[in-house]
Design a protein around this ligand. Sequence first.
Ligand SMILES: [Zn+2]
Length: 371
Amino acid sequence: MRPLPTPQRMYQALLEKDPACDGVFVVGVSTTGIFCRPTCPARKPKRQNVEFFPTAADALKAGFRPCKRCHPMDTHRTPPGWVVDLCDRLERNPSVPIRERDLRDLSLDPSTVRRYFKSNYGMTFTAYQRAMRLGQSLADIRSGNTESAATHKSGYESASGFRDAFSRLFGHPPGQSDNLACLKARWLDTPLGAMLAVATEAGLCLLEFVDRRALETEIGDLRRIFSATIVPGASDHLDETESQLDLYFKGKQQSFSVPLDTPGTDFQRAVWQQLTRIPLGETVSYAKMADDVDRPGAQRAVGRANGQNRVAIIIPCHRVIRADGNPGGYGGGLWRKQWLLHHERCMIEGKPLAPDSLWTEHPPQEVVTSR
Ligand SMILES: [Zn+2]
């Protein structure tokens, strides 16, 4: 992938509507949940409210919607009419999935649709739909507002479309949740991109990057496990998570004391517990983890339980790597795992921290060694 300019340079290009940067990056605006080309004619957002992405697909996956004025999804070639129609249809009502049969009813060939989205937007049509749906459902969590304010502010023409999208993901729509157990959710902006935090009365039960593929499944699991609906709201655990995470990213906090509420099987809980014992700045192999939880040889099972961890960073599953030093996988994306390991090593060694903003194309590429 091509490297991105520095965040300062990108923000300057945004203010100047620099045509040379069109197609180099897109910018997500946290206050509106919309993303734009750098050349968008709309009023420019404040620096603290923007997040830069290398491609429109990345912005979409992080829960932003394309701007209606500058059409950042369009490649420089004008997309065919059927693509525009399809995207419009989806945006009007993202909670209604468009399946292969529906495409055929629209006289479209599903494989053509799949190929077009894949080659132009870097994701399949199914992934595009999922990103739209998730983005719309997350809109009110991002704004942190009550139902009426959220539906209004998020700017969706159809409030019912919003309610459908929300209820599909989080349970009952906001405003209808008085008699149900409620988990509280908050949107957190971090240097590695937006995260969703969810807490029960007892503690934090989810902390995930909003573009993680498994997020929808995890949210569904939580709703089932706790028989609860998820609503944006206030919680001491969320306040604590937000402030500790902020200090962690600033390099000023090396461990977390937020109470956790992480139901799972005995084995999962043993693995997650063991993860919290890996000191900051260190890594262990899957094999050592298996030994540590008294299941020698069960690297694969450990890997699975690791991947099922719903509390990223605080339960540091990023500190487990392969025995040969290969970082292995990470649900939040490998670049984030590398960034986190690098960040933690800098904290321990008192080195300057990674720059405040992402640059996903440049994860620190040092050799990671295992104990
Ligand atoms: Zn725009």
